[in-house]
Structure formats: structure tokens, C-alpha cells
Design a protein around this ligand. Sequence first.
Ligand code: CS2
Length: 499
Amino acid sequence: MRPLPTRLNIAALGELTPDVRPPIDPRSLQIGIVHLGIGAFHRAHQAAYTQRAMALSAESTWAICGASQRSRDVVDQLRPQDCLYTIVERDAAQSRYHVNAALRDVLFAAEETELLLRRISDETTHVVTLTVTEKGYRHDPAARRLRTADPEIRADADGRPPRTVVGQLVRGLQMRRRQGSGPITVVCCDNLTSNGATLRVLVDDFVGLLPKVERASMNAWIADHVAFPSTMVDRIVPGTTDDDLRDVAETIGFTDRGAVVTEPFSQWVVEAAFVAPRPRWELAGAVFTDDVRPYETMKLRLLNGAHSALAYLGLLAGYDYVADFVALDDVSNYVQALMDNDVTPTLDVPEDFDLVRYKHELVTRFANRTLRHRTTQISMDGSQKLPQRLLGTIRDQRREGVTPAFATLAVAAWMRFVSARADDAGRPLHVDDPLSARFTETLAHAISATQIVEAMLTIDEIFGADIAEDAELKAALIDDLDVLTRFGALAALRRALPA
Ligand code: CS2
């Protein structure tokens, strides 16, 4: 039997082939960024830009300290390997392997809270980045305000070591203020509408819960010392599988439990509104602009909107992977129609932006069969995703008197997913959503398509009153849900397509 390869770590770097080896020396780096939510996406996206930026600018002060929010697993994966991990970029043409060294420390926020706050308040930290998923913000997705009645938020505001993301951020900023560590930029990298501005409101909402003395001083300090630029982040990063880990070990010659697999494509558009030093991410391809909104709306509605549509329709049709589902002609036609007919008329496209090419690229990216991107992964937390991905499109179209057939079908598919909790062949589907219990309660007596749609539309924090009161839209949702229920997802999708 072949001996198991040893674990990737700093001592192993010299044995990596030059194309795999990081272009920076991890021993010479200093932490300048604290990242909240150290999942696969951050490792494949912002950490990759940061490594390149450090290599190309010859600055060594932008290493990252990542905090895991939900479990110790990432810490256990990364600490024993000195926080080094491989990024695999894969499509039909190639697989490329690079070890990333930008991450220099990881901690488990729930157990090492004091350490996390100290990191945020350190004089040498100038940037906090976040990828904590939509639900991590504990906000009401339709109104984009903090759920100030949430018991965890309350407990954090009452002064325990903070466990919520917004609580940790505010407590870290308070410590920073007390220590006089200077200004800092907080960069939200989650798929939320105007993510920076939204996070700023959530921070203000949290500060509003603090005792009066703390509140007044923090409001003023934040206004003068903290910036919340908005960003558009894009890279498809499926969950890493055991096969991926085996493949990485075979290729690089070391065991790597923190490897991430992604596509070659990657994009980052950042609002140029920093109040403190930052890495030169533009050297690594990030685009700085005064107004991120047009890019963000395009990405959320085209990519993420199509993703959610593919996830719910695909799950109902019995498909586990995006690429397999989108390989069906009807499905790729549906995605194209969703983008062209429903979303495109709602977009405000920057002058020099090639939208046709962007949409074409998206379909190719979805079809990347070397990425095993699960429909279940995307289906998670629909309640937090629908507003910015599909309901914005529907709202804008309804304002013009149009009922966007493809986006409406996607919402109906989500309603079928959360109400039937089974696919078209009767196989059970798991609904993973912070509002899951609420769905069960709301749907307790709903049987017919009309009853289900009416019940779901009462969930105000998703739909808001305007959508709930729109009779024409409601009728379209009922009709779609009825067809989905009686004939299945593929038939419903075919029906929506022009003959
Ligand atoms: C996906 C996103 O899981 C999901 O909901 O739609 O994670 C998507 O892959 C990224 O936003 C791509 O940039």
C-alpha cells in the first residue's frame, strides 16, 4: 500500500511544483484583514485576490485572519496545515491547482470571541470583509432592517460575548474606538442588494439597541471612522467533495483538507469608498467604481436569479446538479428566456458593458460539468434570497404592467418546493431555511394551489404588501403552481416557453 501523503503545511511548500506553490512567503506576512465567515467562497474569491494583490504589489501586510461562524470544522481543517489550502480552477479544458497563503490565522468566533474582537480592533487591521450568507445578517430581507426582536441579537446587545455577526462587528468597532486604532473599512461580500449600505443600516440598528451613552458615541464614531462600500462578488464555488480532496492530494502530493474547487471565472466590483488603507486588489483584477449598483443588480438578477430558478425547478424534476439540468435544451432555453424577457428590461446596463456576452457566459458557466454544483446547495435559504434574486425583477416588470412568466414560474417552483417537500416523483426534499418552521405553520391548512399561494404571500418579510396585493400576479402564481403540481416541473417549464 502506498503511504498516505503528509499534510500540507509551511514545511511542505518547498516540495510543491513551482506552478502550485504560492507566489508569496507566508512567513513574511502580517495580518491586515479580518474576515467573518471563512467558507469555501471566501477562500476561492477574496483570499485569491488578496494573495495576488500582495504578490504583485510586494506588500506583505494584507494577510487574512478568518473567523468561522457556524462550526469549528474549518478551523480543524486549516490550522493543522498552517492555513494553507489549494484552489482548484476547473472547466472542461483544464484543472489548475494553486496553493493560497493569504490566510494566516483562523479562529472559531463562538469560542474565541475575545480574540476576534481584538483582531478587529488591532491597529494593523484596516479592513473587515464578510461572507456570512444572507441569513447570517439576521435581517428582514424585504425591509432590509435588523430583526431587533431576534433573541440572539437582543442577547448580544445586552452585553454577552457577541455571537451574531452584526454583534461581533459592532463590539469589535467599539473596542477599536476605545483603543484609538483609527478608521476601518467594512466590505460586505454577500449577495444582498446594496450590500454595503444594507450592512451599514444593520449596524446602526444594532447600535440603536445599546444603552444611550454607548449609542451616541458610537453613532458619531462610526460616521467618521467606518466606511461600508458595496461590492458585487462572483465566482461559483460548489461544496468540496471527498473526491475533490483525493484529487488534490494526488496532484499536489500532500493531504489538504481545506481545498476548494471553483470555476476559472471570477469577478469583483468594489465601490471605491474606503476610509483606511487597503490591498491593491485592482492589480488582481478587481474593478473599483463609484457605483456598484448596476453590476450588482445584473449579477443578482441574472446569475443568482437563474441559479435559484434552476435549483427549485431542477430539484422538482429530480436533478441533483445544475450542469446536468441545464444540459436539457428546454432548460437552457428557459434560462435564456428568463434572462432576456424578464430580467434584461429591468436592468440599467453600464455603457461599456457587453450584456449579450455576459449572459452567454453565464449559460456556459452553468453548463460547466466539471463542477458538481448541487441544486440543494443553491436551494438553501430561499426566504433570504428570493427578494433580491427574483422579486425585484417581478416588481419592476409589474410596475410596467407585465407579468414576467419565467420569474413567476421560478417563485411558484419555490412555493412547490417548500410546500410539497418532495420532487415530482415523490422523493422527499429537505427544506433548509431559517423560516422553515414558519412555512409549515403558515401552510398547515393549505391544500390547493390557491390556498398555498395565498398562505405563502402572507409572509411579509419575503414578499411585502405590494406583491401580496397584486391580484394578477397572484393568479399567475396559482396557475403555475397548479401546473407544477399536476404535470411536474419540466412540463411547466415547457409550457412557459414560446412554441
Ligand atoms: C448561489 C451562489 O448558492 C447560491 O445561492 O447562487 O452562491 C452563486 O454560486 C454565487 O453567487 C456565484 O457568484
